[in-house]
Design a protein around this ligand. Sequence first.
Ligand code: IPM
Ligand code: MN
Length: 354
Amino acid sequence: MTEKYNIGVIPGDGTGPEVINEGLKALNAVSTRCGIDFKFETFDLGGKRYLKEGFLLSDEVIKDLEGTDAILLGAIGHPDVKPGILETEILLRLRFELDLYINLRPVVLFPGVETPLREKGPKDIDFVVVRENTEGVYAGGGGFLKKGTPDEVAVQESINTRKGVERCVRYAYEYCRERDREKQLTLCGKNNVLVYESDLWYRVFNEVHSDYPDISVSYQHVDAMCMWMIKNPEQFDVIVTGNMFGDIITDIGAIIQGGLGIAAGGNINPAGAAMFEPIGGSAPKYTGLDIINPIAAICAAQMMLDHLGENEASLLLLQAIKKVVKKDLISLEAGKMGHSTSAVGDLVKQYVLS
Ligand code: IPM
Ligand code: MN
């Protein structure tokens, strides 16, 4: 064994534990094949525990998670918990307290995977969205006035700091340089209406550009970008954007790359903790049926290997994933894969080991 990594594992709710099992199966196979040593520590967080014990998250758990080399998350979400509680108290709190200021979302269509975009193929859909992950409307600024009365006022503020914007933009330039494709970075904003927020982003984006003369840049309004991601996704290499726009456009990204069965993302502090997740959520109606697609969770594990600098292992796992989706899966949709959840994980494991 060469390296030893402490991995925090949050299986979470719904189908989270099922897909995480397959993610860990893949990592164990990689461990055998590449001699990487993982120590997994499970953290019981999510709606199920909240309903049972009233527990959401504590400073102690945050400290323990901060001490890991990376975190793998299944899903947080429960149909019996009011929207907003688990999201703000667990997911967003982790993003803020661990300062996971980058949300990295590769949008790549693998060969053999169906996209709803007629006439588009793997060579057209291959880009990465760098989403700011700790500011904007997600920072939670705002409040009510005269709540529940006819005079009610609801204010939701978007908070954008120079520091927060700049570190995200710099990360995107660096990422674009390292990705080494078209070296083309697009800023997604709305500077014709958000004349403060998007103005700051636009200025920082252009200022930082002087440190990256090898990168060519462009700008798109978010509404136009939603159209272009569908009409001409081949024009994108790396996109950088704020938190809310990033949340929205990455769901378009997920569907054009084949859907929630395959879309994964990373919440990253480049100097500290990082948490990787399938972005599909807890999928209550598929829970416990062994029919959910675990590929997205396995892709999250692959992104984690990449983040840890285990490039060879990451490539090996990526190749195994690509082989399974091309050769074995009839569809990426839950219940339509032609295989059970665990059988898909077994196939990935087999390809990693062979
Ligand atoms: C995401 C999710 C979260 C977000 C929710 C669950 C709070 O949609 O990671 O994209 O809005 O960021
Ligand atoms: Mn989202």
